[in-house]
Ligand binder design. Sequence first.
Ligand SMILES: [Zn+2]
Length: 238
Amino acid sequence: MADVSLTWLGHSAFRFDTPGGKRIYLDPYLDNPKCPEGEKQPERCDLIVLTHGHDDHVGSTVELHQRFGCPVIALVELRGWLAGRGVEENAAHAFNKGGTLEWEGVKITLTDANHSSSAFENGTFVYLGEPAGLVLEFENGLTVYAAGDTNVFGDMQLIGRIYQPDVAILPVGDHYTMGPREAAVALELLGVRTCVPCHYGTFPVLHGTPEQLRELTDVDVLAPAPGETVALPAKVAA
Ligand SMILES: [Zn+2]
């Protein structure tokens, strides 16, 4: 089976091409200043998965859904809010933490995250449920934990124990999320072999860097450039 390919689209936006030939977008904020021009208008999208409701994560979700008819998987409140904004209602794609759903052979689980989740509308913040992380177990068994926006928290050890992720996508930019110092501890708690940093460099306040993380961890820190695709090697047999 082919490897999972991961393409960083700047900020916390990623595209996965799965071993089964599906294309999944995670937090598709494609209008971010680091997203390459050629990636702003996707040619294809089979599924969108979201960690929380802030607009630097929801991004182009509604537009992509309307263009491709792709399902959108998210926490119940966020999914309900999107249903009121042009994303077709689908109760099966609205779930909550600890829940796993399967889509085309990919298992998707919502985990905890420490952050906030809201939309700013008509001068006020609208509650969009709790922020979350996501565990994606691909068709070949490769498991990726995308932490979403969060600080480090002790229960990352539980995520490591239960889902045994191979790769952790962690925010490292600091200010709104953890920076490299906390991310290094997150990697210890998770026990992963590879880290893909994100949520850095988009704006000047997101000043944490992958280089700073590398100085604090022995875990392999893969830091693709915006638009660069890397293969995530399949799980090593125990
Ligand atoms: Zn964010």
